[in-house]
Design a protein around this ligand. Sequence first.
Ligand code: AMP
Ligand code: ZN
Ligand code: FE
Ligand code: FE
Length: 288
Amino acid sequence: MDGMRIDLHTHSNVSDGTETPAGVMAAAKAAGLDVVALTDHDSTAGWDQAAQRAGELGITLVRGTELSARSRGITVHLLSYLQDPSYQELAEMMRRITAARWERAEAMVAKLAAAFPITWEAVAARAGSGRPVGRPHIADELVAQGVAASRSEAFERLLHPRGPYYVRYWSVEAADAVELIRRAGGVPVLAHPGATGRQKIIDDGGIGQMVAAGLAGLEVRHRDNPPDQRKRLAGLAQRHGLLQTGASDYHGTGKPNRLGENLTDQPTLAEIVRQGAIPLVGGDSWAP
Ligand code: AMP
Ligand code: ZN
Ligand code: FE
Ligand code: FE
């Protein structure tokens, strides 16, 4: 079917989006999407609520996760689609990364608290116990205290990786993460690989290592990949036989990214479904 609107990267307040998983499904329906993936950072806790609401709304849900990883000292984000949520080794990895996120956020807030009115208790409460806390939660508290005007401004001025308040956190080696996602039956796609505005990006050799480990695709069409990077990534995808996806990386009101601003085509989704361990759920707008 032509004109299917498929957006394969969104966040709810299970991680650092501003809407509940059900709210993201409602927003996706309102944006005219046929298929949407929920890909919270290092968590699958939003899946059940999103699946139920997607069913009620008649929109198709791809259950996924955005896993934090590293490649040669660079942080990379790895989307995992349709993995078996009961596969313990991956669930344990997400708990481990979440624990590292909590240590790191507390360390960043300790640095910030020396200069600004911000407390760890307030930031921790914004994330919610056991959930993957991130810099956006710190940003929101800085906004609430009048230190920053918006999440984006807090990132640009105070929270970026080269700033004095940044602290790194432990995460899994990227090629190991690809293998782990495959063992869990998931389909690993490298998120925003050409996001030059954030930090040093992964080079062709780093992507090659992930390909050798079983990488399925590259998120080519993402607002943080500039045109020259999209060209490079499309070339790499062709050379290595990788899928090419497009997505919004929607975070509700937390980022300017709008649902459906970048899309994935239907044959690509069909291939992801073919490779994944669990089915699409929700509305019957589309079945592969
Ligand atoms: P963390 O996982 O704690 O390192 O924070 C990264 C998260 O912050 C990602 O989900 C990004 O989408 C988000 N992020 C990065 N830069 C910005 C920005 N300029 N404005 C708002 N959110 C951002
Ligand atoms: Zn995020
Ligand atoms: Fe990301
Ligand atoms: Fe994301």
